[in-house]
Design a protein. Sequence first.
Length: 215
Amino acid sequence: MMTVILVDLLICAALIVADLVSKHYVAAALAPNGSYEVIKNVLTFRYSENRGAAFGIFTDSRVFLCVFVGVVIFALIGYMVYSIIKKKYKEKGGVFLHVALSFILAGGIGNLVDRIAFGYVRDFIEYTFTYTLFKYDFAICNLADVFLTVGVIMIVIYLIVMMVDESKKGKALLAESAAKQSSDTPAAGKEDPTPEKGEDSSDEAAAHDAEDKDG
C-alpha cells in the first residue's frame, strides 16, 4: 500500500515541478510575445497567456474554472485514496490506472496553480507541424496539458483492455455453460440396458416349464 502511495506522490510531484519550472523559464525568456523555433516547421516555443480553458473556451471565467478544476482534483484524489484503501490497485490494470490518474492530477494541479497565482495559464508549446501539414493552427499548450492528454489516453487504453477482457470472460463462461449442459443431456436414441419387467417374467415362465418336463 505504501509503495503505491509513494509512487503516486512521486509521479505527481515530478510532473508538477516539471510543468511549473518550464513555465517559469519560458515566461522569463519569451514574455510577453517572444518565440523560439525548436524544430523548424514542427515545434515552436511561443509564450501565450490563456485566460480560459482548453482551446480558449470560458475566457475570463477564473472563479468558475478554479472551482470546477478544484472539484475534479478532489474527486480524483478521493477515488485514488479509496482505491488504495480497498486495494483495487491489485486488480488487473490497477497500477496502470493509478499512473494515468497521477498524470491527470498533476496536469490539473499545474494549471490550477497558474490560475490562482496569475489569473491565467502560461502556455508556450506550439505544434507548428499541424500548419505545415494541414494548414491548421493548433492551440498553444503547456506541459500540464500534455500530461492531461497522456493521462486521458492511458485511461482510454485501460477501458478498452478491460472491455476486451470482460468480453473474453463472458464468452468463456458461455462456452463452459454450453459444454456442461451438453454433458448433462443423455445421448438421443441410446437404449436402456435394463430389461423390461415383462421380458423378465416370460423368461422365468419358460424356465419353469422346462424344469417340469424334465421332472
